[in-house]
Design a protein around this ligand. Structure first.
Ligand SMILES: [Fe+2]
Ligand SMILES: [Fe+2]
Length: 194
């Protein structure tokens, strides 16, 4: 996550509350951008079952964004605007997905990252109960998101007669995700050590 939204912010000088606000702002930004991926998908998968799942999935992502926004508001703060967050850096590296399999694979990788961030956070000592509650709720949702999108991706690849495309797209995006995330991990760790 954490490159700084504004230049020259020194994490070590931030208050514990400020650090929390920044972490929640990163989560919020990722959820909102995740919702945008779902909006894009809505036009591509036309069958009833997929429309049902995408609608619920989209509702989840926007609710997640709200839950983080509410945590920020409850701390008496406003969200930081992320111009250079994880998803934006990722997008600069991956380029625009060129077909449906790419779009689904990108969604899988973003969901995997979200889930692992939330799980890591929940395991830290001294996480306050309100934050823990949100982390648990969102992690549960990310798990079903991940499983249905991954299944859908493999199904589309199979229908198109190129099942290997799913694996190739996943590998490509996962490699980019690891590189992008590595650039943010140090800052993130400092923020978590509130
Ligand atoms: Fe989410
Ligand atoms: Fe999700």
């Amino acid at each position: 996550m954490p490159e700084m939204p504004q230049d020259n912010i020194d994490i070590s000088q931030m208050s514990a509350t400020d650090k929390q606000v920044m972490i929640f702002s990163f989560y919020r930004d990722a959820e909102l951008r995740g919702a945008r991926l779902l909006f894009n998908l809505l036009h591509h998968l036309k069958d009833a079952e997929a429309q049902l799942k995408m609608s619920r999935h989209l509702a989840d992502e926007t609710r997640h964004a709200w839950l983080w926004t509410k945590r920020i508001a409850d701390l008496g703060a406003a969200p930081y605007m992320m111009d250079d967050g994880y998803q934006r850096r990722l997008g600069l590296r991956t380029g625009v997905p060129k077909d449906l399999i790419d779009l689904l694979a990108l969604t899988v990788v973003v969901e995997e990252r979200a889930r692992s961030r939330y799980m890591q956070h929940a395991q830290l000592p001294n996480v306050d109960p309100e934050t823990l509650q949100v982390l648990k709720a969102v992690t549960e949702d990310e798990s079903w998101h991940l499983s249905w999108i991954e299944r859908q991706m493999r199904e589309v690849a199979r229908q198109q007669g190129k099942p290997e495309r799913a694996e190739q797209a996943l590998e490509r995006y996962r490699a980019i995700d690891r590189e992008v995330y590595a650039t943010l991990a140090a800052d993130e760790e400092m923020l978590m050590r509130a």
